[in-house]
Design a binder for this molecule. Structure first.
Ligand code: GLN
Length: 551
């Protein structure tokens, strides 16, 4: 009889935040994964978000940052993108949960009488559900180490039940569970001295939930000196070696290398009793060195609308786009200079669009709704007429088609149903299966989502970039190029260089190189599958065209 394969027993590292949000917990979790991989260990990662939304798909990006789409179509937090990019993983819905999704499963199960008449309670049933999901993800990946990042900061009412899951797991298997707190150590300008008190308070708050951190990652604008490390260690009950200094650095990709300066992988491996190989981080270090060596600037304008939250510019909304531009630029030996431009400005003052001449390339990312759309269309027209490399992602592709229909084919008022249902020329229309969903107000998780295969047409920019005839790319859209206009657009000179395998959905639109150096849009989101080690081929082609213009 064949022996049943027994999977590995995973160890678990919880990453929680202290003092304040936004200090790079996601990057810390991703970097821990990276340095453990470099020791020959298999890792997987989960993100827990404490909000009630069942997934991230229904949130306005200015509320929450980018919605990162997984291969299986789940709409998640941008940190999932960091995990995939750093660790080279393909994660799925089992790697992401929100309070809403956890409660939903428990309630659905209760309605199906699956609790056998028990009183279903917040404790223990909610933490139990969280733990069973964590264990399932670890098992599926057959991981040596499973990293779980808990969103928010300790002390928030919202994440207490997740910390309860940490406490429970630690009691049950103390040798298998580590807790890392990523905290902040400020140096107030008027005081001029690094202050550890906020971190001490954060750790006490964590202690109040029954959890003691094993490792403290101290984020600060500078490295921690020995004295500060000692202080944190003494007051937070950890060894001095377990206080890891994480100063601000230029590139997020340097974080794993920095962690290793304090021998973090050794500390983790020892604490968890893991058997690991010698450190092999050379390949990553070489990629980081390449990115630092890239000096010649390539100037890219990103024309969008979700930039402003009060006084702040939120480039988080397009984090994967930003990273994909960087990956491609570094690979091509250039340093990207990215400028965020608000398309609404071109509606207020149409002349302003001329500023695009000063850029080497223009990119319009995905989006929804009507604000700033006419401004984006003017930007696309300007790029087409002035041979400025243009790359449109999702909405950026649909608007490329609208612009072409209006200004080249002369279809007056051409538009998308999303904006102008009364348009005489709906060159972008709703997908038939989407109509019912909207009628039923079924908005959450109901777009065309995740990885779908597309067939690439030979002898096009897309074909030259990909070098293969079939691709799988991630989607997130409700509207598409109206099949009734495809022939007319083709006859008018627009090339659809990739389609769904049945030829019905247009996946890439472009102009032939002899007419324009790079004028291309994708119905999908290539940015979700780019990494430092493997830049996305279309981003690379776009950046190369931009570099050529700048030369
Ligand atoms: N709003 C468009 C659609 O739903 C484009 C979506 C996007 O850019 N992600 O089809």
């Amino acid at each position: 009889m064949a022996k049943k394969k027994v999977g590995k027993k995973s160890k678990f590292i919880f990453v929680v935040g202290g003092v304040m949000s936004g200090v790079g917990k996601g990057i810390a979790a991703s970097s821990i994964g990276k340095i453990l991989q470099a020791r020959g260990l298999t890792v997987t990662a989960l993100k827990i978000d404490p909000y009630i939304n069942v997934d991230a798909g229904t949130m306005n990006p200015t509320e929450h940052g980018e919605v990162f789409v997984l291969q299986d179509g789940y709409e998640t937090d941008q940190d999932m993108g960091n995990y995939e990019r750093f660790m080279g993983l393909h994660l799925d819905r089992g790697n992401y949960m929100t309070t809403g999704s956890v409660y939903k499963s428990v309630i659905d199960r209760e309605r199906n009488l699956e609790y056998g008449g028990q009183c279903v309670q917040v404790v223990p049933h909610i933490p139990r559900e969280v733990i069973s999901r964590i264990r399932a993800a670890a098992k599926k990946a057959d991981a040596d180490v499973t990293i779980i990042e808990i969103g928010g900061t300790v002390g928030e009412y919202e994440n207490i039940l997740f910390l309860e899951a940490v406490r429970t797991m630690k009691i049950e298997h103390p040798e298998d569970v580590l807790t890392v707190i990523v905290s902040y150590v400020p140096t107030p300008s008027k005081v001029g001295e690094m202050k550890t008190k906020p971190t001490q308070h954060a750790v006490r708050t964590l202690n109040g939930t029954g959890v003691q951190p094993d490792i403290i990652i101290a984020r600060a604008d500078r490295p921690l000196d020995e004295k500060r490390k000692e202080k944190v260690a003494t007051f937070c009950s950890v060894r001095k070696e377990d206080v890891i200094s994480a100063p601000d650095i230029e590139s997020i990709y340097e974080v794993p290398l920095n962690f290793e300066k304090d021998a973090l992988s050794d500390i983790i491996i020892k604490k968890l009793g893991l058997r690991a190989k010698a450190r092999n981080i050379g390949e990553w270090a070489a990629l980081v060195a390449r990115s630092k060596a890239a000096k010649k600037p390539v100037r890219i304008a990103v024309v969008g609308k979700y930039f402003h939250s009060g006084e702040y510019v939120l480039s988080d909304v397009y984090i994967s786009v930003l990273e994909a531009i960087k990956h491609a630029a570094f690979a091509a030996g250039s340093r990207p200079e990215i400028c965020w431009l608000d398309s609404a400005e071109y509606e207020k003052s149409p002349e302003k669009v001329k500023e695009l001449s000063s850029f080497d390339g223009v990119l319009i990312p995905g989006g929804f709704g009507s604000r700033g759309i006419e401004g984006k269309i003017s930007a696309i027209r300007f790029c087409r007429e002035n041979r400025i490399p243009y790359f449109g992602l999702c909405y950026g592709m649909q608007l490329l088609v609208i612009e072409y229909a209006r200004n080249v084919l002369g279809l007056k008022g051409a538009n998308t149903l999303e904006i102008d249902p009364k348009s005489k020329h709906l060159v972008i229309d709703i997908m038939p299966e989407q109509k019912d969903k909207l009628k039923k107000k079924d908005y959450g998780g109901s777009m065309r989502l995740g990885g779908y295969t597309a067939v690439v047409v030979p002898k096009t920019i897309a074909a030259a970039a990909y070098g293969v005839s079939e691709i799988v790319e991630r989607h997130r859209h409700r509207y598409e190029v109206n099949p009734e206009y495809v022939e007319r657009l083709r006859k008018g000179g627009l090339v659809f260089s990739a389609t769904s395998p049945d030829g019905i959905l247009m996946e890439i639109a472009e102009l032939p190189v002899k007419e324009h150096p790079f004028f291309l849009g994708t119905q999908f989101h290539p940015e979700f599958q780019s990494s430092l080690a493997a830049p996305h081929p279309l981003f690379l082609a776009f950046i190369k065209a931009a570099i050529k213009r700048g030369a």
